[in-house]
Structures are given as C-alpha cells and as structure tokens.
Design a protein around this ligand. Structure first.
Ligand code: ATP
Length: 470
C-alpha cells in the first residue's frame, strides 16, 4: 500500500470513528471481521444517500415502483438463480502466514483480468507466475501459496430447522443480493399495480456475502446494503433503455458532486452466458489507491424470470395487449452498494486545508465538503457564551429549526473548537448567537466551505436555509 493511500485511509477511518460515523462491530469483544456499525452521523449520511437514490429512482419516476422484500427467501430461489453451487470466489492461502487472498485479485495486480474466470484458467495463470518466481504472499513474502480453490460466498442460516438436521435442500441462506426478491415479486407487482412494460422495481436492503478478503474498511464487508433497480422490458427495447439508464446513473453521481474525472466506465469483456452487456461505474478512491467499482449496470436477458418460472412452475410471462405478444420480460439492472457510496462520498469530501484561527494565525482544518443535501447535520446553533441571556434565544432558534432540518445545539468549548467539530462532520451552516443578537434580532451564519459569515435576521433563517440546502 502506498504511503499516501494508507495515510488517507487511516485518516478517514480515524475520523469516522472519532466523530461517530462508523465503528468496527462488536469492538468490546475484539470485533468481527469485515462487519461495521454506523453511529449517529454515519446513519444520517447513509440515510441521506439512500434517500437521494430513492428520490431519483422511484419518487421522480412514473415507471418505477418500490419494494421491500424479506432477507430470508425460499431455498429454491438460490438454486434457480445459480447461486447455490455457483456463487464462488477463487481462494488462495499462504501456507506460511495463513493469509487468505482472492486469486482473481492477485492476478489483477499482474494486469491479468480473471473476474469470473474458470478455476483451471486461474490456476494456469498462477502456475505460470510461480514458475517465473513472481508469485509471493503480499503479507509475509513467502512463495508457498496454495492452488486456487472454490470458496462459496453464500451465508447459511438454520431458520426453521435445528442445525443437526440441516439438509442441503432446506438451507435458508441470507440473501447475497437484493434483486432475488424483486424477481420473485415481479408477478405480484404486475398483478396488483396493473403496471405496463417497460417498468422497474427498486429496492434497498441488506445483503450478505462471505467475502474471502475484506480489509478495505466499508468498501467490502460481509453484511452490506444494496440499492437495486430491475427494469423489465421487451428485448427490442434493451439497447435504447440500457443507454438511457447508463446516462441517468452517470449523471446521478455528477449531481451529488462527484467530479467527471473521478468516475469512469469499466466494460466487462467476460459476460455471464445470459447477459448481453455489462458496465460498472468506478470511482477513484484515494483511500484505496485507485478506481474501484461502485455500481454495476447490466443487461441480463430473460434468464432470471425464465429460471424462476421453470423452478416454481409459475408462468412469469407477460402479455402485451397492444401487440398481442406473450413473452418473458428481459431485465436491465442497476445495482449499487450503499456502504460503498458512503465511503465514496467520505473519500471525495475529506479535505485538509489551511484556515485562519481567531488570533490571526494559521491552522490546518479538516472539513467534509459533502454535498449539502447529503450532510448529516444541516445547521448547528452555537451561542457565543454559556450565559443564559444567549443560551435561551439560541435554544429557541434550535427548537424552531429542528422541525425542518437536522439541527444541533452546542454550547460547549470555544467557538473555534465548535466550528472545527461541525466542519469535521460536514455541517454546511453554523449559526452563532452573540450579544448583538439581543439588540438586532439577527445572527451570524457561517458557510462551511468559504468560512464567510453573514448577518441575517432570525426570522429569515428558515427561508435562507431552505434556499441554500436545495
Ligand atoms: P466485487 O467484484 O467487488 O466482489 P460484484 O461485481 O460481485 O463485486 P455485484 O454483485 O455486481 O458486485 O454487486 C453490486 C454492487 O453491490 C457492487 O457494485 C458494490 O457496490 C456492492 N457490493 C457488492 N459486494 C459488496 C460487499 N461485499 N460489500 C459492500 N458492497 C458490496
């Protein structure tokens, strides 16, 4: 890991913990690998990102409806989808230090693309590198590595059956992706909402994968949240709609402040047998040392509904009244990890810059320059002194504003320290109540990014904030 990347990653992890965004799960028991908890500001940020996605994908669209399907699903679901037996990653172990790696990631470091490649092909590549003396454990340097073997990513549960009686066909898995629930509710959705093709079903929820290696903070975890939209259509529309969704999703990132040169398309050359096109959106994670996938946009053919139709015996075809044609809809999906987006926005927003102190000196301030709509807290009310004549009106302002915005009231420590704290959690506006307020019924409002201050009437605060936070 380069020093710069390590530095940035450590800084983000440290800020996330210090300021109550993200904590390692079960820390008092020594933690649980690749599982994280979200503290107060983390939940607020995550919810705001989630809402921004939902707004664009459901609220503002006539052709998309929502769903919240269960995490537990009928065991046959994952047999039909090919996950049981097929949802694997190739694993390599270091015999000396016992470190574990994803073989396709090792090959990636040598510029060999082996995503979803067959095991034999992966082992051929590894063998060749070994012979050339290039294959070494990145942790201890040993060249004593195992061959790649298949490792299932499916997480089992024993719901409804005692563990000792668990037969393979009765295993209820924790879903590895949220789209499975969408396919199973396709028919109920069409029947109950009388919706016509093309249309989409969107859902946000938890997914679970027994990831082999997961040491990139919240980028890759074993429990995570996905935001997925499956768009059902006649195959003749696939090309047009695929391009349309690629464009919509690309623009969503720009809309929330991600810069054009910080995202790029990655085209999958090796496609699943049913897919006709697959692109990922990659973001340049400074904390991870480069471009990595945040979202997948895939043309999936009619494989999913055909499989579930076949395994369930239920007809999942669609009848088009206009053309008189009956067919199994094809699917175009957009699939993004919510936690990955939290890291993406933290990575992009984390800024250290020079700022003047109250006594005219200079200091480095850390500030999260998040899009204001995503900021956990929108406004902080800070009385300049703890005297009751200031705290009383300040509390009144806080109480009035919190009905409309996520607001905070803080009277502890110096004003400089309080500004710094709000900067670190990305609060776009700080309102200070000072002795002048008692005369002019006005307050000072400070902008997080420019640090400029404006005097405005208390009465106009709400309108001012509404305008600025749009
Ligand atoms: P990878 O190749 O990184 O393992 P994938 O291609 O298997 O990911 P998809 O199955 O396409 O990922 O999942 C869609 C999205 O879900 C990904 O783009 C990512 O944002 C998110 N995601 C997938 N796995 C994880 C994980 N373990 N932790 C966090 N987010 C994840």
């Amino acid at each position: 890991m380069s020093e710069k990347k390590e530095n940035k990653q450590e800084k983000i992890i440290s800020l996330a913990k210090r300021r109550g965004f993200v904590f390692p799960s079960s820390e008092i028991y020594g933690g649980l690998s690749a599982i994280y908890d979200y503290g107060h500001y983390g939940v607020l940020l995550k919810n705001n990102i989630r809402d921004a996605w939902w707004k664009a994908m459901v609220q503002e669209r006539l052709d998309i409806v929502g769903l919240d399907s269960a995490i537990f699903m009928h065991p046959t679901t994952w047999v039909a989808s090919g996950h049981v037996g097929g949802f694997n990653d190739p694993q390599v172990d270091c015999k000396k230090c016992k470190s574990r790696f994803r073989a396709d990631h090792i090959l990636e470091d040598f510029g060999i693309s082996a995503d979803k490649a067959p095991l034999e092909e992966i082992n051929d590549h590894l063998e060749k590198l070994k012979k050339e003396g290039k294959l070494k454990c990145s942790v201890c340097g040993s060249d004593d590595l195992t061959k790649a073997k298949v490792f299932s990513l499916m997480v089992k549960s024993n719901i409804g059956s005692p563990t000792d009686e668990l037969k393979e066909e009765n295993v209820v898995y924790l879903r590895p992706e949220t789209c499975g629930g969408i396919y199973l509710e396709y028919k109920n959705t069409v029947d109950s909402l009388r919706i016509k093709l093309p249309f989409g079903i969107a859902q946000i929820g938890k997914a679970f994968r027994n990831e082999i290696v997961a040491r990139q903070f919240i980028f890759r975890t074993r429990e995570f949240e996905q935001m997925e939209m499956q768009y059902f259509l006649h195959p003749s529309m696939m090309k047009e709609k695929y391009e349309m969704w690629k464009d919509i999703r690309w623009r969503w990132y720009l809309e929330y402040g991600i810069k054009q040169n910080e995202i790029r398309w990655y085209k999958h050359e090796k496609l699943a047998h049913y897919a006709s096109e697959a692109y990922d959106i990659e973001f340049n994670f400074k904390s991870l040392g480069g471009f990595k996938e945040v979202e997948g946009i895939h043309a999936r053919g009619n494989w999913d509904l055909s499989q579930h139709s076949k395994f369930s015996g239920v007809d999942l075809s669609y009848f088009d009244e206009k053309s008189g044609e009956r067919f199994i809809p094809h699917i175009m999906e957009t699939s993004v990890g919510l936690n990955r987006l939290v890291l993406m926005f933290l990575d992009q927003a984390y800024t250290e810059e020079k700022a003047p102190t109250a006594n005219g000196k200079e200091e480095i301030r850390t500030v999260l320059k998040l899009d204001k709509r995503l900021s956990p807290v929108k406004v902080a009310i800070l009385p300049l002194s703890k005297k009751e004549e200031l705290t009383r009106p300040a509390k009144k302002i806080y109480q009035d504003l919190r009905e409309f915005f996520m607001a905070e009231y803080d009277e502890t420590q110096s004003i400089g320290k309080r500004y710094r704290r709000q900067d670190e959690i990305g609060t776009p506006y700080c309102v200070t109540v000072d002795f002048e307020t008692l005369n002019d019924e006005a307050v000072t409002i400070r902008d997080r990014d420019t640090m400029e201050q404006e005097r405005i009437k208390i009465q106009e605060l709400k309108k001012y904030l509404e305008e600025k936070l749009k």
